[in-house]
Design a binder for this molecule. Structure first.
Ligand code: SF4
Length: 261
């Protein structure tokens, strides 16, 4: 594996062979023997031309407040404990958050809200997440996104979601021995869980498929429990649609289902 030159991510590595097609994503995901290998392969993916162009354009233009910084400008791997009983599934990295810092939910307002809640729940060692080398560590928890590249307007296309799915499925597969509960942040992540569940656990989603709602809870025999949570976007947190107390309730429930409370 080769180091990433000029990356904001310390010790970042890339996969041995870049993934440039949907077929290569599936093959490289399946071949990743552990989370470090998977993370490296994810970071070296170029399979979605529209998203590759967008992530690199954002990294090149940069927001004025970050003009002096070097953007990551690549896919953003998962982050957190390798033996996590709790997984948090998001939509995709933010253009000036994860796409800048190289760590999911890091360096943006959504992350401020999420990690403060995780810290209150005892699942993070600090309440802030500002850079990949800020010392943040998660306990019992891993965070990843359904789509690993920042999309324009935070809206991946269905073909991009499907192309990226093998990264998610392999990550779930690698933490399967300990995974007990998945918190889906928003309807997109909620929908992305069903094919992941089928691919990794070999169980079919309930029919009719349960609709996303904040606080929705679904237990499927043979698979982790699924909890719905409004996304921690500014659109929800600034308007009061999602409050800190609501997040605390979600993580209390997640910990209970994970056997941690
Ligand atoms: S969205 Fe996923 S599959 Fe597409 S380029 Fe990014 S990492 Fe690769």
């Amino acid at each position: 594996m080769a180091p990433v030159r000029g990356s904001p991510v310390p010790d970042a590595v890339l996969g041995d062979v870049p993934s440039r097609t949907r077929r290569e994503v599936a093959a490289h995901a399946a071949a990743a023997a552990d989370l470090p290998a998977l993370d490296a392969q994810v970071a070296d993916c170029f399979a979605c031309p529209r998203l590759v162009a967008w992530r690199e354009r954002v990294a090149g233009e940069r927001r004025a407040a970050f003009r002096e910084q070097s953007y990551w400008g690549r896919p953003v791997p998962g982050f957190g404990a390798a033996d996590a009983p709790i997984a948090i599934l998001g939509l995709a990295p933010a253009a000036h958050g994860g796409n800048r810092t190289g760590r999911i939910f890091t360096g943006d307002r959504s992350g401020d809200v999420l990690f403060a809640a995780l810290h209150r729940a005892g699942l993070a060692n600090q309440p802030t997440s500002v850079a990949a080398d800020d010392g943040l560590a998660l306990r019992h928890t891993r965070i990843f996104a359904a789509v690993r590249c920042a999309p324009p307007d935070n809206k991946p296309l269905p073909v991009e979601r499907d192309t990226c799915a093998p990264w998610l499925h392999r990550e779930v597969s690698l933490i399967r021995p300990t995974l007990k509960v998945v918190v889906a942040l928003g309807a997109f992540a909620w929908a992305a869980w069903w094919p992941a569940m089928a691919a990794v656990y070999g169980v079919k989603p309930p029919v009719p498929r349960p609709a996303f709602a904040h606080g929705a809870q679904v237990g499927v025999p043979g698979a982790p429990d699924l909890l719905g949570c409004y996304h921690v976007s500014q659109q929800n947190t600034f308007t009061g649609r999602l409050t800190p107390a609501m997040l605390d309730d979600i993580f209390t429930s997640a910990k209970r289902r994970a056997g941690l409370a």
